[in-house]
Design a protein around this ligand. Structure first.
Ligand SMILES: [Zn+2]
Length: 641
């Protein structure tokens, strides 16, 4: 029987245009879905929109539209965005559809029949931006624990779901299913959260009308929990198509941002337990993609429209950046510079050049004909790469899977330098054909392995190797030896022309840059590696994300005399935690307000139990140590170049 695989994204709230953060989640889900299709599985990939609620009702009335007319426009825009990014969803669910209304109403009937629904008074604190109620004890300094914003006192009649009843069964489930909540840090958070006990959950409202009325009491409108979370079972055919439902439910993966893990790992499974339905296999909470120097928000006018990026750089470059840049699960920050750098270094230099050099050499040395395979030097690594991609994607390590493919690309480029095929040609060495076959076959396998991530490059690589379209190639085609000798290569344009920016042009004015500056579009040029050992190119330097930060607070790390734990404002949504070995030179209480320079894209590391997100620059002599800082002070988050 064909394996089946169901993956979901959160349903998005159509009150604004979606930005790069939404694209991040959706492109990652798309890559995972495409990988499973590539393996021949029966995949169901669903995304959609969460369209009810007070905010939509208010905004629609402000612009003189009905709520539905208001969301229709935004939803059309979201669908268009997914098309631009090549998202391959099998279903797009809107919570305003009648198929969903039926499910929500039936769910309320079943919760009541189970004794899990009751009418009471809701008293609590409400955070409007988060649309969340909080009991007194959960507030942090009297503010919303999620966003830190002000909350308002509220008192209204509401139906409640007996969430408290499910704390024990949920804990038992989470403990006996170690893969249920991922990554493990989120799992631990959830276990802690549930152990504190769960309060019953308010699941209806009488304060607005834009939503689904409860069948048992139509004065009440279903609140977001039941309305939004049940989209997953509606899309899978619950109560409508039993055959389809048993095929696609339970979902294999709910991919969500870390801020909504709690809804998916606590409320949602409790509702499913009450409905006697199987729980999803994995809830995966990935990190946030923040805007480079500050939080993305519409009021700041700094929201990145992914469509503009696709117009400027192409959909493969944008997808690649999203999938590759940030270790999946961790937080990262978006910058256009980093996108350009990724495109130029990985796609244009490494991959693009490998293709153009290989096809150029095959044209020059073997008349454009792919030679017979012989003794292979790259086969081992190619086979290892296939295994790694499969293994990492099975564990949802999307960025690591992409990185594995590019390790093969790097290896093949290095192989060219080691073997110097032009010399083999000059000396009439018979190994030339082995080397050329190895390179072409590595490229073909790279193209197959890239199919989940990139949409145009695999085809372009296949065409230039003389293999036509990559469309029919399945994961099995990544086995070594699939490239037929005798195929005629079809050299073409560079698949990823190098991007030159104004900033690069400015930087190029500096003399150090002259050597690294590449022609606008490179054809068969070797990757611009630095010429002397120990010398780096401007590209290599620019991979360092150096930023000005302001220390908010500092404290000693228990059991470590030399370490301080710092909270550093980088102009991002949340301050960074950084562990630094400066305790012998600075008193923690004297550090608040001090500016520092942080290596902001250093791989996070756990130091004495504290995860450090970056490294502070300091100069050290035998006598002293001094933190490096801007002379006159700069805004937190300022990039150092
Ligand atoms: Zn809030």
């Amino acid at each position: 029987m064909t394996e089946r695989f169901t993956i979901t994204t959160p349903i998005y709230y159509p009150n604004d245009r979606l930005h790069i953060g939404h694209a991040y989640t959706t492109v990652a889900a798309d890559a995972i879905a495409r990988f499973h299709r590539l393996r021949g599985e029966d995949v169901f990939f669903v995304t959609g929109t969460d369209e009810h609620g007070q905010k939509i009702e208010d905004r629609a009335s402000k612009v003189g539209k009905t709520p539905l007319a208001y969301v229709d426009e935004i939803v059309a825009d979201i669908r268009d965005l997914w098309q631009v990014l090549g998202i391959s969803h099998d279903d797009f669910i809107r919570t305003t559809e009648s198929r969903h209304e039926r499910v929500v109403q039936e769910v309320f009937r079943r919760l009541e029949a189970k004794g899990d629904l009751y009418l009471s008074q809701y008293e609590g604190w409400y955070c409007t931006p988060c649309e969340s109620f909080w009991v007194e004890g959960k507030l942090v300094d009297g503010n919303c624990p999620t966003c830190g914003g002000p909350v308002a006192r509220l008192n209204e009649e509401s139906y409640f779901f007996r969430l408290s009843r499910y704390a024990e069964p949920l804990l038992a489930y989470i403990e006996s299913h170690p893969d249920f909540i991922q990554p493990v840090s989120r799992r631990n958070e959830m276990i802690q959260f549930i152990r504190q006990g769960l309060e019953d959950l308010s699941v209806s409202r009488t304060s607005f009308r834009w939503g689904i009325p409860l069948p048992q009491d139509p004065r009440h409108i279903a609140y977001v929990w039941v309305d939004a979370l049940t989209n997953y079972i509606t899309a899978c055919g619950y109560l409508q198509d039993p055959e389809r439902f048993s095929r696609y439910w339970p979902a294999d993966v709910h991919l969500v941002g870390k801020e909504i893990v709690r809804f998916h790992a606590v409320i949602w499974p409790a509702l499913l337990l009450s409905l006697d339905l199987p729980l999803p296999k994995v809830v995966y909470g990935h990190g946030w993609l923040l805007l480079g120097e500050q939080k993305m928000s519409k009021s700041r006018g700094n929201v990145i429209d992914p469509r503009k990026l696709v117009q400027r750089y192409g959909r493969d470059a944008v997808r690649y950046y999203l999938l590759r840049e940030v270790p999946f699960g961790a937080d990262g920050s978006y910058t256009e510079d980093a996108l350009i750098l990724r495109t130029n270094v990985d796609l244009a230099n490494d991959l693009g050049n490998l293709l153009s050099r290989t096809t150029a050499m095959i044209e020059r040395f073997t008349g454009g004909i792919i030679p017979q395979p012989g003794a292979s030097s790259l086969r081992g690594q190619a086979e290892e790469t296939v295994r790694r991609v499969e293994e990492r994607l099975a564990r949802l390590q999307v960025s690591d899977a992409v990185a594995a493919v590019f390790e093969l690309v790097k290896r093949a480029n290095k192989f060219i330098e080691e073997e110097a095929p032009w010399q083999l040609h000059r000396s009439g060495d018979a190994r030339l054909s082995d080397v050329l076959y190895d390179l072409a076959e590595s490229l073909r396998i790279t193209a197959v392995l890239l199919k989940p991530f990139l949409l145009d490059a695999p085809d372009a690589i296949f065409r230039q190797l003389g293999l036509g379209s990559a469309e029919g190639a399945t994961f099995a085609a990544a086995a070594w030896g699939g490239l037929p000798a005798g195929t005629k290569v079809q050299r073409g344009e560079p698949i990823f022309p190098r991007i030159e920016t104004e900033r690069e042009a400015e930087a190029a004015a500096g003399e150090a840059v002259a050597a690294a500056k590449a022609p606008k579009v490179e054809k068969a040029a070797p990757a611009p590696a630095a010429e002397e050992p120990g010398v780096i190119t401007i590209d290599e330097f620019q991979r360092l994300d150096l930023r000005v930060g302001t220390i908010l607070e500092a404290s000693r790390v228990k059991g470590a005399d030399r370490l301080l734990q710092l909270k550093v404002d980088l102009g991002e949504q949340e301050p960074r935690t950084v562990v630094s070995g400066i305790a012998e030179y600075y008193q923690p209480e004297a550090l608040a307000g001090t500016q520092i320079v942080l290596v902001a894209n250093l791989q996070p590391a756990k130091i004495r139990g504290v995860v450090s997100h970056g490294m502070i620059l300091a100069g050290k002599t035998s006598e002293t140590l001094q933190i490096v800082a801007p002379r006159e002070g700069l805004p937190a988050g300022t990039k150092i170049k």
